[in-house]
Structures are given as structure tokens and as C-alpha cells.
Design a protein around this ligand. Structure first.
Ligand SMILES: [Zn+2]
Ligand SMILES: [Zn+2]
Length: 553
């Protein structure tokens, strides 16, 4: 009986392409985790979707003379295509503009309202005279009252992470025209976050398996005290409030986006012909729920969403919130507007997915910010993927294919060096699995690469291409050992390099899906027919570094 794992991944705003920073922050770690658990035979439900509401989309639509829906649909389709090409294996990637999501969100809203966790109040809402519109939080900027960052947004300060009410900003300004907004009275609904403070502290304290940055940030934040938060806004694009008299207002985008984790599970269940199956992932207390997000999203997943779930009742709280730090690009912050980014569709037009997955895994911003550079991409592709792992596979498989009738040779007695290497392969599968299950992805992939290095040393020592001239059986034995290690590497690398692992699986003579071979070290059967081997990775020319850098702003 396997475990049951729910994986929620941050919902991308459908207002622009995803870049490599987003991939390293949330999508890749979630996918590694999901693939590992599926291979282990556990039941996994990994969901996310496009966040199609919110002001950035309405503004972009106005600028481009389109409807918000057209803009959102365009990017949603792009996300689906690029995640697919990169191998991000969602069980469902949906969007917030569905009838199902609207119904689930409205039901959630009404339940919290009936339980007294949502109340009405009059607020001062920013109004820009010049633009003739109410400004939602992201369209007001000013100075953060906590850290004095001058470009804090009305919904959050990106420097210190403080969620914000626009009225708290010092010297607020309209993001669209720069003028000073006025504040007008408007009636809105509020989530009574303050009433969850003690319950949240009691819940967070024992979560010592959380990453230290997430754990300490969350506890510190709770101890500072929670303020109630408006969950509706004056705008016309978004989920309607399910009560009469509020036709010019909508549910605020952050509130409906987190409910997406639940609505997506329900949609997935309907698609899979078992309406009730979502319950096993949300109500079965053995299920563990993981939320993969970037660090700018911690508060919403370690405090606000858990508070909403506590208020609603009967649904699983997060088990872990493995938030990543940021990836920088050539030592600067990614910025699509300043053309300082590598957008995912552009990357995938030019290169294979696995080298990117490799670099972003071995350099993942797990506990501190890390940097992506084209030079490092080039170097690690050639020195590690091509020269270490790819070369090992290629020289073992082509030599065996040519000299042993296209089949895995039958081994004789194993010497101690051979037995040690096989033991090491088995131990590597166990330790890589243990590291992935604890969300230590960087150490996990290093462990797999380490095994490839050991296998190369073994092969250099045994030199079967020389030994074959005197003792074909002895050479066959060392090739059998090396092929067995390749079978282990196919497993250990699978969550990180799914496309290459599938290829290697087939070169080893298997015909099914590599995922179905299980998270285990099994020696391949002697005599099994190999498929004609091809190189796993492609060597890059050094001039690609300059070419890529020339594309940048
Ligand atoms: Zn701040
Ligand atoms: Zn304005």
C-alpha cells in the first residue's frame, strides 16, 4: 500500500511568459518530487493552473485592445505547451476561468461567511482621478512602512515580504500614471485572519521538517500579529461575489487562486470519472500535501491558505511548503520588461529540456539564491552531462553492442571492485530517494552524478576494450557490471532527466515506460537484446555562450 501525495504548484499569472527563474523556483522541484513518488509506486496528484484573474491581465488587455479572456487564454495555452515540452508532468494544469473553479470558490466563500470568518466592512479604496478608475493593490506603489523599500506594491513588499494594504504605503502613487491617488469609501468583505493567529502558531511550531527559512519566516510573521485582509475588490474581471448587491465587485485574485488547489483536485476527479476521488487527497489524513512555490509566496501558503482551510474545516493542511529562494540571471534579477530573462518558449525552441533541468537541479536555489549563466550552462552540459554521464553510457553501450552480439553479456564471478561498485549503485538509489523525499534536490542529483563518475573510474581500470583481446569473458563481466550501473543511473536520474532516462531505458533493451520500472536497483537480465545506442546528450559549441548573451537587452 503506497503513500498518497498531493502536490500543489504555484499558479502562474497568465499575463506573460514563464522564464527560467519560475522553473527553478517551483515547477521543476515539484516535477522531480512527483516523478520520484510515482516511480516509487505512490499515488500522486500534482495540480496547478493559470491564474487568469487580476489587474495585470486587464491592463495588458486594454493596452493590446483585447479582452482579458483573450490575453489569459493566449498565455494559458503557451504555459500548457511549454510545460509539456519541459516535461513538467502535471496530472491537471487547469485555469481559474472555469465554471468548476467559480463554483468551488463561491461555495468556499459562503462557508467561511456563514461560519463568521468573513465579514463586511467599509474601506478606503484607492481611486486615481487621472485614470478615472479604482486602483487594485498591485497598481499602487509606494514606500514600505516596515523596511522603507521605495517600490513596494499595494499588495506586498517584494523586499521584506510584508503583505500590504495600500493605505499603509507611505507616499502612494498610481502605477499607471504616477499621480497620487485619493482614497474613497467602498464596502468590501474581509477574511478574519486575526482569529486564526494562535491556532496557526500551535500548528506551525511542530513543523520542524520545514526548510529553516520557511519555518522561521512563518513563525516570526505570526508572532508579529495577523491583520484581517480584504478579499473583494472594485473591478469587473474575476469571480462574482455570490450575494446580491455586489455586481460591480469581484473576489480578489489571491483568495480565489489558492482555492484553485482544491478546485483543480475536484476537476481532476470529474475528468477521471470518479467525482469523489478528490476526497482521498484532501480528506484522507494519511495524505501528505506539499506546496511548491517561490519565497515571495510563503505567507499565502504557510499562513493564509492554512487559515482558510482551518476555517472551512475537514480538509488537509499543508504537510510541507518547500519554498525556493530566487534564481538570478547573470547576477541580476530576472526582468521580462527589461529583456533580462530567458523565456521558456525561447529556450525550448533552441535546446533540449534535460540540460536545463540538469543545471537548474544541480544549482537549485533551495536554501540561498543561486545564479544562472549561459557559460555555466555550456560548461556543465559539456563537462558533466556529455563527458561524464553521456560518455559512460555511450562507450559501454556501443562497445557491448558491437562485440557481444547486441546483447547484455553473461557475467562470470565478480571481483571485489565489481561488487563494491554494484553495492554503491544500490546505495545511491536509496540515498537519492531519501534526499528527494526530503526535498533536498541538489544533493540528490549530485549523488547520482557521483555514481556516474565512479563507474567511469571503474571502466578505466577494467579497460574492457583491451581485456577483450585476451579474455572476452572477463571483459564481458566488467561490461555487465557497467551496464548494471547504467540501469541504476537511469533510475536515479529519472526524476531530473526524464527524457534521457527513457532513452537509456530503451537502449538497455526495455520497451515499457521507465517510470514503471520502480524505484529500485535491479540487475538487468544477461542476454537481453540492446537497442542500437545513440548519444544521450549533445555537445555544445563555446560560441553559443556569446550568441545567447548577444540576445539580451
Ligand atoms: Zn518592506
Ligand atoms: Zn493613474
Amino acid at each position: 500500500m503506497g503513500e498518497r501525495i498531493f502536490i500543489g504548484v504555484a499558479w502562474p499569472y497568465a499575463s506573460g511568459p514563464r522564464h527560467l527563474g519560475h522553473v527553478a523556483g517551483a515547477y521543476l522541484p515539484a516535477d522531480i518530487f512527483a516523478r520520484f513518488h510515482r516511480m516509487k509506486g505512490n499515488k500522486v496528484l500534482m495540480v496547478s493552473g493559470s491564474d487568469e484573474h487580476g489587474t495585470p491581465i486587464t491592463i495588458k488587455a486594454e493596452q493590446e485592445g483585447k479582452t482579458p479572456e483573450q490575453v489569459a487564454t493566449y498565455y494559458h495555452n503557451q504555459f500548457v505547451e511549454t510545460f509539456n515540452k519541459l516535461g513538467i508532468s502535471f496530472d491537471l494544469f487547469t485555469n481559474t476561468n472555469t465554471a468548476n473553479h467559480t463554483a468551488v470558490t463561491q461555495e468556499f466563500f459562503l462557508t467561511l461567511l456563514n461560519k463568521g470568518y468573513i465579514y463586511k466592512d467599509t474601506v478606503l479604496q484607492a481611486w486615481c482621478q487621472k485614470c478615472n478608475r479604482f486602483l487594485t493593490d498591485r497598481y499602487i506603489e509606494g514606500t514600505c512602512p516596515l523596511c522603507n523599500f521605495t517600490d513596494a506594491r499595494g499588495d506586498q513588499c517584494d523586499q521584506c515580504g510584508k503583505p500590504m494594504n495600500p493605505i499603509d504605503l507611505k507616499t502612494p502613487r498610481c502605477k499607471l500614471c504616477g499621480s497620487t491617488p485619493e482614497f474613497k469609501n467602498s464596502e468590501h468583505f474581509f477574511l478574519k485572519l486575526s482569529s486564526f493567529q494562535n491556532q496557526l502558531i500551535d500548528w506551525v511550531k511542530p513543523q520542524t521538517h520545514w526548510r529553516p527559512n520557511v519555518y522561521h519566516f512563518t513563525l516570526h510573521y505570526l508572532q508579529e500579529g495577523l491583520n484581517d485582509r480584504a478579499i473583494t475588490r472594485d473591478m469587473e474581471w474575476g469571480i462574482p461575489i455570490p450575494l446580491p448587491g455586489y455586481e460591480s465587485k469581484r473576489i480578489y485574485v489571491w483568495f480565489d487562486a489558492v482555492i484553485g488547489y482544491l478546485s483543480a483536485a475536484k476537476e481532476w476527479a470529474k475528468i477521471n470519472q470518479d467525482d469523489q476521488e478528490w476526497r482521498s487527497f484532501w480528506q484522507n489524513s494519511d495524505t501528505r500535501s506539499y506546496y511548491f512555490i517561490g519565497k515571495d509566496n510563503i505567507v499565502f501558503h504557510s499562513i493564509i491558505w492554512p487559515a482558510m482551510l482551518m476555517g472551512y474545516g475537514g480538509l488537509n493542511l499543508p504537510y510541507d511548503v518547500p519554498a525556493n529562494e530566487f534564481l538570478t540571471f547573470e547576477d541580476k534579477k530576472f526582468s521580462t520588461s527589461r529583456n533580462w530573462a530567458v523565456n521558456l518558449p525561447d529556450y525550448l525552441d533552441r535546446y533540449a529540456p534535460d540540460p536545463l533541468r540538469y543545471l537548474l537541479s544541480i544549482n537549485m536555489p533551495e536554501t540561498n539564491d543561486t545564479d544562472f549563466s549561459w557559460h555555466e550552462y555550456y560548461r556543465r552540459n559539456n563537462d558533466e552531462l556529455v563527458a561524464t554521464f553521456g560518455n559512460l553510457a555511450h562507450r559501454v553501450l556501443t562497445f557491448t553492442y558491437k562485440n557481444y552480439d547486441g546483447s547484455i553479456p553473461t557475467p562470470g564471478a565478480l571481483d571485489s571492485q565489481s561488487r563494491e561498485l554494484l553495492d554503491k549503485a544500490g546505495a545511491t538509489i536509496n540515498s537519492v530517494g531519501d534526499l528527494i523525499s526530503r526535498c533536498h534536490f541538489k544533493d540528490a542529483i549530485k549523488g547520482a552524478m557521483n555514481l556516474a563518475q565512479e563507474a567511469n573510474r571503474y571502466l578505466d581500470d577494467k579497460a574492457p576494450w583491451k581485456a577483450i583481446k585476451e579474455d572476452k569473458a572477463a571483459a564481458g563481466t566488467s561490461l555487465y557490471v557497467a551496464i548494471s550501473v547504467l540501469a541504476g543511473l537511469r533510475t536515479a536520474f529519472y526524476p531530473f532527466l526524464p527524457f534521457s532516462s527513457q532513452k537509456l531505458h530503451e537502449y538497455l533493451g526495455y520497451r515499457d515506460k521507465v517510470q514503471d520500472s520502480g524505484w529500485t536497483f535491479v540487475l538487468p537480465p544477461a542476454g537481453q537484446k540492446l537497442a542500437a545506442p545513440q548519444p544521450l546528450f549533445t555537445k555544445l559549441e563555446e560560441k553559443m555562450v556569446e550568441e545567447e548573451n548577444n540576445r539580451l537587452g
